[in-house]
Ligand binder design. Structure first.
Ligand SMILES: Cc1ncc(COP(=O)(O)O)c(C=O)c1O
Length: 354
């Protein structure tokens, strides 16, 4: 049903979203937004395959978990989802970040081998979240845009984690001035106080649904309470300049990262863009062997995670990494307090690798 908060939120998002993305379809969260993104891509192009990346997470529902590349997919990997996984530019402790050209060459070869006429969309997190805060090399997203245009593939950006200021821009794609055909969002849309997600689409996608019914939407679709919460959240982002704060505090956070790397032998690599950051812990800075195996943990990582919790700091510790993704309203003193806790906990990792 039409209602005022929904209409006002649609209008506001059309202003904020990149380029000519000017229509949105509301969902209950991120996974559902990705389900519709791939449905739309399939309907609009008449093609069935979706390309996604191994180092990705797109949600836990049936379609979204098939898109997901990381091990959360394995238990449900029934093999006929139409999803083709590709590697993204490598980032990690053991070698240099791949160049954009190299990654794009492999991507194009995969597209050709799969058959461009069978591929509806390519879904990617512009800055990858839970798989390691992977910041693409300059030129990569522009190159993906160009390949998608060349082969008639819709570019779908999952900004569920990277959107709404997390990277110091309203949307991560803005850093590279790329406009996807479909963009999905949730989390920061309401600052996660109330469940709400959305799919934003460009006119070239929206036009198809002017003439064709969009079979989608769950019972609680576009709930007035959630739409009102999103409007209130966006107002607060603007009034309190939360996006600017994320950009400014992001620079402060980078200095904390550098300081931790200087002080702690177990800190192998750090990355951050805005308030989206990560520390990668290693056993040895020469071999750069991670402190826990891929998809696993280790006693030092468990002890470190426990120390952070015991000191009252809640953050995501996964495999050999510690994520540093504080609230966008954080100030310098609070950042210093958080990083002092991480500093202390890192002594545990240092002792383990000594
Ligand atoms: C990048 C990304 N996409 C999608 C999702 C799924 O969102 P939700 O948990 O709201 O379904 C997540 C959740 O962590 C995410 O990080």
């Amino acid at each position: 049903m039409a209602h005022e908060p929904r209409a006002r939120l649609g209008q506001k998002l059309a202003e904020l979203l990149p380029g000519d993305i000017n229509k949105v379809f509301f969902t209950l969260g991120g996974a559902e937004a990705n389900e519709y993104a791939i449905k739309m891509a399939r309907w609009v192009t008449g093609r069935h395959k979706i390309v996604s990346r191994y180092r990705s997470y797109h949600g836990a529902t049936a379609g979204a978990i098939a898109l997901t590349g990381d091990p959360r997919r394995w238990a449900n990997d029934i093999g006929d989802s139409g999803v083709v996984h590709v590697l993204d530019p490598y980032h990690g402790p053991q070698r240099e970040v791949d160049s954009a050209e190299e990654s794009l060459r492999y991507l194009e070869e995969t597209i050709q081998l799969e058959g461009p006429s069978t591929i509806a969309g390519f879904i990617l997190e512009p800055v990858t979240g839970t798989n390691g805060i992977l910041i693409p090399p300059d030129g990569y997203l522009q190159g993906v845009r160009e390949l998608c245009d060349r082969y008639g593939i819709l570019m779908i950006c999952d900004e569920v984690m990277s959107g709404f200021g997390r990277t110091g821009e309203w949307f991560a794609v803005n850093h590279w001035k790329v406009v996807p055909d479909i963009i999905t969002m949730a989390k920061g849309l309401t600052s996660s106080y109330v469940p709400l997600g959305a799919v934003g689409i460009r006119p070239k996608v929206a036009d198809y649904f002017e003439k064709n019914v969009f079979y989608g939407g769950l019972t609680y679709n576009s709930h007035p309470l959630a739409c009102a919460a999103a409007l209130g959240t966006i107002q607060a982002y603007e009034e309190d300049d939360m996006i600017g704060n994320a950009r400014r505090m992001g620079e402060v956070m980078k200095r904390h990262h550098q300081e931790l790397r200087r002080k702690h032998r177990s800190v192998g690599l750090t990355r951050a863009i805005g308030l989206f950051g990560i520390l990668e812990l290693v056993k040895d800075r020469k071999t750069m062997e991670p402190l826990a195996p891929f998809n696993g943990t280790s006693e030092p990582m468990k002890a470190l995670a426990k120390s952070l919790r015991d000191q009252g700091l809640y953050t995501f510790v996964r495999w050999h990494t510690i994520m540093t993704n504080p609230p966008l309203c954080i100030n310098e003193e609070e950042l210093a307090e958080g990083f002092a806790i991480i500093d202390k906990a890192l002594d545990i990792a240092d002792q383990a690798v000594a």
